[in-house]
Design a protein around this ligand. Structure first.
Ligand code: 25A
Ligand code: L14
Length: 341
């Protein structure tokens, strides 16, 4: 145990959408910090960021930026993680990496603390723990109690993902398009291949040989790894929608044994990290606008799939920058300092 201990924490990608949220989550959860080191590209070097009343200057992300660091939180894209995370781990830090770089490496744990915290014990000598994809994390939190109770045979998923998932520039692009539309000006698209305002793009991350996107296949492969069960059949369609914060997803679950809607609701009412939001008489169901800024994953519209023997449908919404990224990363770091440092 580490009573009263404080840790030296670095954030790689501190100036981005997720890096900023990491600062906020560390504050909100009172993470025991001694030194906080903020790292980004040379674009941001020298920029001052306030943390708990102190101004901290951003430093360059480099291989020697991690001396004396205990915990390094990475969110500067997969390329930067591949380039710098091993150096951080070599310097003695435990890296919690928010990019896709290491997630499917069989030697690297892929962790949602409410679901498989025990996987952190497999840290081995690499010193790196991967944070799953945002759409996957929120689904894991909602499905874990059902998996444990009746088993899962198949998942059919459609996502409705916020622009903040693609970073600060995408948030600015949606904002600019909405303003241009209101002013009667032509809308410009550069982050996305098409206009995102007032539109839905069935295209997140790049297309693969099989016609799926990488984002869709992350949900398939990461779910199996986190649940430790390659036999679950999974198919996903990932769609970008003009929402700033909060991914929504429709999930159809074929269970191995029958489970009633009432039982699912009872399980989810007690599940860690879940807020059951399912009161149809009051038009209450999970909404991105309600989830933005919240730590919980909201689950509602729970109903039987009447077209099959053992089926449940649900609507799962969470703040993609918080539970989908910064919060989950900090929760992993909390388990590390509690049990492994
Ligand atoms: O494609 P990739 O490489 O895998 O990464 C895709 C992007 O996804 C975001 C993140 O964007 C990343 O850049 N991202 C990654 N994981 C995510 C997740 N789980 C995720 N988003 C959501 N969920 P971001 O804007 O949120 O953060 C970018 C951060 O990374 C730092 N960075 C970029 N290149 C770097 C680097 N740090 C070190 N070395 C490099 N080579 C970046 O720092 C930021 O902290 P910065 O100083 O470069 O950015 C400061 C501001 O500049 C804007 N900006 C970004 N790119 C450009 C830019 N401005 C001008 N030109 C650019 N090319 C950013 O918006 C930021 O506000
Ligand atoms: O794999 O653009 O974690 O919404 C998360 C955000 C991939 C891109 C990841 C997006 C990224 C995704």
């Amino acid at each position: 145990m580490s009573e009263n201990r404080k840790f030296n924490v670095a954030i790689a990608g501190a100036t981005g959408a997720v890096g900023g949220a990491m600062l906020d989550v560390l504050k909100r959860r009172n993470f025991p910090i001694n030194e906080l080191r903020l790292l980004a590209s040379e674009r941001s070097v020298g920029k001052k960021i306030e943390f708990n009343g102190e101004e901290i200057a951003v430093q360059l992300l480099s291989k020697d930026a991690f001396e004396g660091i205990d915990i390094a939180l990475f969110s500067a894209g997969a390329t930067r993680s591949l380039d710098f995370a091993p150096a951080a781990a070599k310097a003695g830090a435990v890296v919690v990496d928010n990019s896709s770089a290491y997630r499917m490496d069989p030697e690297i744990p892929l962790v949602v603390p409410e679901v498989n915290p025990q996987a952190i014990a497999e840290l081995k000598n690499h010193g790196i723990i991967a944070n799953p994809n945002c759409s996957t994390i929120q689904m894991m939190v909602a499905l874990k109690p059902i998996l444990d109770k009746v088993g899962i045979k198949r998942l059919v998923i459609s996502t409705y993902q916020a622009v903040s998932g693609s970073g600060a520039e995408a948030i600015a692009e949606l904002d600019a398009q909405v303003k241009d539309y209101a002013a009667g000006n032509k809308m410009k698209a550069s982050v996305y291949p098409h206009q995102i305002a007032f539109n839905c793009l069935p295209h997140i991350d790049t297309f693969l040989e099989n016609g799926y996107t990488k984002e869709e296949m992350k949900m398939v492969n990461e779910t199996r790894k986190i649940f430790g069960d390659d036999s679950i059949a999974i198919t996903a369609t990932a769609v970008r929608v003009p929402v700033f914060y909060g991914h929504s997803e429709s999930v159809n679950i074929e269970t191995k044994e029958k489970i009633s809607v009432a039982e699912v609701k009872a399980l989810l009412a007690d599940a860690p990290g879940v807020k059951l939001t399912d009161d149809l008489s009051n038009n209450e169901y999970p909404l991105a606008t309600d989830c933005a800024g919240e730590f919980d994953t909201f689950v509602g519209r729970i109903r039987e799939d009447e077209s099959i023997e053992n089926g449940i449908n649900m609507w799962i919404v969470s703040d993609n920058i918080l539970k989908g990224a910064a919060l989950n990363t900090v929760q992993i770091a909390e388990v590390v300092i509690r049990d492994y440092k």
